[in-house]
Design a protein around this ligand. Structure first.
Ligand code: AKB
Length: 343
């Protein structure tokens, strides 16, 4: 008999590591993980099997279907917004073709069972695109259906994948006589994420975590966006919590397939001020780079996550004060404590 598993792609990435920890804490899942990289040592004992491989490898995916009964897929593998702008074709391949391959896998798996396969997908604030500062000032907390006009290839990829997920779960092969595919697709649009334990690579919102980690290491930081640049953020444990909570929510209570989630909205200057409160010696300067700046300017100042609050009781554990005082500062300080120049 095939082993029943929860399948996590991109497991060695930032959100991947957080979700592996969170699912392992719950203790009732066998985890099958996939990533181009090996899993960090601390996580290896938490998973049943880790496979070092590529989500674009269809032979590998077919082998997984034959060996495992996949119950839930957390598809976290992706190229982030900055990296994607340097290689838009690769971004399309990884972000879109990769997701499509997994939706096909889920569709095939679902034909062998009577229960839907759940497909949980992290989307992003990057799906929004405000055309100018006036609009960003007027539409402060965007709702899911507003301003879906992304400026980046990453935002286009994420928006299209949301649509693919909805199509596969609701209308796949709608003209066929036998529609036996059962996919339960659920997606979250994340703001910028900040982890105490990992640093992001290739995102445009990376200035926030970079500023905090640099201060804790006693390194100067030159921020690549203006002081007044404002978007919303959330801690990494809250990102993992939101994905798991959404996956656990009863289907009949969900009025949407794609939900905004957020915790606090901050300008780059406000992040600097929070950092200075805990690391008064930190050297933070601003040297805006017009290109990433334009991307941040197109993202909304805040996300309206009231649908998530109402439908499945979404509430972040960490508001701004708790995020810094209880999660970021203690963990980051401990992380760099042994390093020269560390706080
Ligand atoms: C990025 O900056 O690309 C990501 C995101 C907001 O999705 N952090």
């Amino acid at each position: 008999m095939r082993k029943k598993v929860v399948f996590v792609t991109g497991a060695s990435g930032e959100v991947g590591q957080a979700i592996v920890k969170r699912l392992a804490e719950e203790g009732n899942h066998d985890l099958l993980t996939l990533d181009l990289q090996s899993l960090p040592e601390a996580l290896q004992s938490l998973v049943t099997t880790h496979i070092e491989g590529d989500i674009l490898n269809n032979i590998l995916l077919a082998r997984l279907v034959s060996e495992y009964e996949i119950d839930v897929i957390y598809h976290l593998a992706a190229l982030l917004s900055k990296s994607s702008e340097f290689a838009p074709d690769t971004a399309h391949e990884v972000n879109v073709e990769g997701t499509l391959g997994l939706l096909r896998l889920a569709a095939e798996q679902s034909q062998w069972r009577s229960k839907p396969i759940q497909f949980v997908f992290p989307s992003s604030v990057a799906v929004y695109g405000l055309p100018d500062p006036e609009s960003k000032g007027l539409y402060k907390r965007v709702r899911e259906w507003e301003w879906n006009q992304p400026r980046t290839i990453y935002g286009c990829n994420k928006l299209y994948c949301e649509m693919l997920g909805s199509y596969y779960s609701q209308h796949y092969r709608q003209l066929a006589a036998d529609q036996s595919v059962l996919i339960d697709f659920r997606a979250l649009r994340f703001p910028g994420l900040i982890s105490a334990f990992t640093l992001p690579t290739g995102g445009t919102s990376d200035y926030a975590p970079e500023m905090i980690h640099a201060a804790a290491q006693g390194r100067p930081y030159k921020c690549f966006v203006r002081e007044d640049s404002r978007i919303s953020f959330m801690t990494m444990p809250d990102a993992a919590k939101s994905l798991v909570r959404l996956a656990e929510a009863p289907r009949e209570e969900l009025t949407r397939q794609v939900y905004n989630v957020t915790s606090f909205s901050l300008s780059a200057a406000e992040i600097r001020d929070m950092v200075l409160k805990y690391f008064p010696e930190a050297e933070i300067t601003f040297q805006p780079d017009p290109k990433p700046q334009a991307i941040i300017d197109s993202w909304p100042a805040d996300l309206d996550d009231s649908a998530a609050q109402i439908d499945w009781g979404w509430e972040p554990t960490y508001d701004l004060e708790r995020a810094f005082s209880e999660y970021l500062i203690p963990n980051i300080t401990e992380r760099y404590a042994g390093e020269s120049g560390g706080a």
